[in-house]
Design a protein around this ligand. Structure first.
Ligand code: PMP
Length: 446
């Protein structure tokens, strides 16, 4: 029998260093937003397992649905027979997809696999190889998706070259375009449109491009909502040149940003949409949605995988959609989003901590604070000359929050903390987390 400390060491000795795990503690239980470690310590989880357990850990309806499915059948390989949970989940999802034209779904296990499927569908259906992606994008870490991921070199370091034919345009964001944080959105959009135009005039002929991939709110890249005008511009550009528009809603879907999908209220038609994470509240499940006509450009046998569309994961997914259908989650996201933005803007306005904060941004409960640290001159706009700034602030605040019992994440790019709690977070849990964050920031500011 090993002690808890011995298990922690065992993990250090025998798991993959490439994971880059934040903490070695072993978590034995999750309930709502509370995590309990083997040592009996409790943490308030403001990560939701990176935006997955949107209904909280161990949601009773999801657990019950999965348990019932385990009693019926655990595995039904989707290329051999159909299973009811698979079909029911498609039936639940079709009416909530952002556009009526999306009437076919293909399930996979993880977000990166959904992106791989979208790459293959774009290529198979257009006969064109090239793909456009954006600076700061995160689409996954397998070979195809990693070639579209542009948020941190470590995701492809020493493992490339990955897929050829990928072209990168700046995202409509001040860092990408080298402009100060106060730059008006319209100026950013015009600049990004101009840069994209240059990609097509200087680097790749539109006729060779099969798809443009974009996240409606850039996730790992810094929680940056994409201005709707830019998304609509992509739509018309795609229509003009016969390119497919692929919206990656892996992190943004299932009310994370306040609506079922981040693009739900934009009147925007994606040709392909990817989803994962929140769809089954922790069971491995992902997928792509497109029109049936487009999906059928795949020849039988092109797609599939042993576990794709696992019945237990699909049953959990059905339960998640039924919880979302009550409207309670949507209402809570709206209320808690207002609460978190008020709390963070108060810290930004405070004379004690305001000089550390360059930007508060996000949508719904996908919220980020970007710090001004010594490491980035662009964020120094508006600071009194000679203002002393610490080195990277985010990781220090993160450590202090953990010591005070709240787990938060940074993002891949720049000096940014992101808040991504379960969407059922209570008012009390939100104010606890904000108090802890405020205390931590004050301590760093000293
Ligand atoms: N796309 C986006 C937008 C993501 O945020 C992620 C995961 N952070 C992925 C794809 C990859 O998903 P997974 O980790 O499940 O492979």
């Amino acid at each position: 029998v090993r002690t808890n400390a011995e298990w922690e060491q065992f993990g250090r000795d025998h798991t993959c260093r490439g994971l880059g795990r934040l903490y070695d503690e072993v978590v034995v239980k999750g309930n709502g937003l509370t995590l309990t470690t083997a040592d009996g310590k409790e943490y308030l989880d403001f990560t939701a397992g990176i935006g997955v357990t949107n209904l909280g850990h161990s949601h009773p309806a999801v657990t019950a649905a999965a348990q019932e499915q385990v009693g019926n059948i655990v595995h039904m390989q989707c290329s051999i027979f159909q299973n009811p949970a698979y079909l029911q989940l498609i039936d639940r999802l079709l009416p909530v997809l952002p556009d009526k034209s999306l009437d076919a779904i293909y399930f996979w296990n993880s977000g990166t696999e959904a992106v791989e499927a979208a790459i293959k569908l774009a290529r198979a259906s257009t006969g064109r190889h090239a793909i456009v992606t954006f600076q700061g994008a995160y689409h996954g870490r397998t070979a195809g998706s990693a070639s579209l991921t542009r948020s941190k070199p470590v995701y492809s370091k020493k493992t490339g070259p990955h897929m050829p034919g990928v072209f990168v345009a700046p995202y409509p964001y001040w860092h990408s375009l080298g402009l100060p944080p106060s730059t008006p959105e319209d100026v950013l959009v015009d600049a990004a449109i101009h840069q994209l135009d240059l990609v097509f005039r200087q680097q790749v002929a539109p006729l060779d491009v099969g798809a443009i991939f974009i996240e409606p709110v850039q996730g790992e890249g810094g929680y940056i909502p994409c201005p709707p005008r830019f998304l609509h511009h992509l739509r018309s550009l795609c229509d003009q040149h016969g390119i497919l528009l692929v919206l990656d809603e892996v992190q943004t879907g299932f009310y994370r940003t306040g609506s079922y999908f981040a693009i739900s209220d934009l009147g925007l038609r994606p040709d392909i949409m990817t989803f994962a994470k929140g769809v089954a509240n922790g069971f491995p499940l992902s997928g792509i949605a497109s029109s049936k006509a487009l999906m059928d450009k795949f020849e039988p046998g092109t797609m599939g995988g042993t576990y794709a569309g696992n019945p237990v994961a699909c049953a959990a997914g059905v339960a998640v959609q039924d919880v979302l259908a009550t409207g309670e989650v949507k209402a809570n996201v709206a209320a808690r989003s207002e609460q978190i933005f008020n709390a963070l803007r108060a810290l930004q306005a405070s004379p004690k901590t305001g000089h550390l904060i360059a930007d508060v941004r996000g949508k719904g409960l996908m919220v980020a604070v970007e710090f001004r640290s010594n490491t980035d001159k662009l964020t120094h706009e508006g600071l009194a000359p000679g203002t002393a700034l610490p080195q990277k602030i985010g990781p220090r605040v993160q450590t202090k929050c953990k010591e005070k019992g709240v787990i938060i994440l940074t993002t891949s790019c720049f000096d940014t903390i992101r808040f991504i709690p379960a969407l059922i977070v209570s008012e009390e849990e939100m104010s606890r987390a904000m108090n802890v964050f405020g205390e931590a920031l004050n301590e760093v500011a000293l």
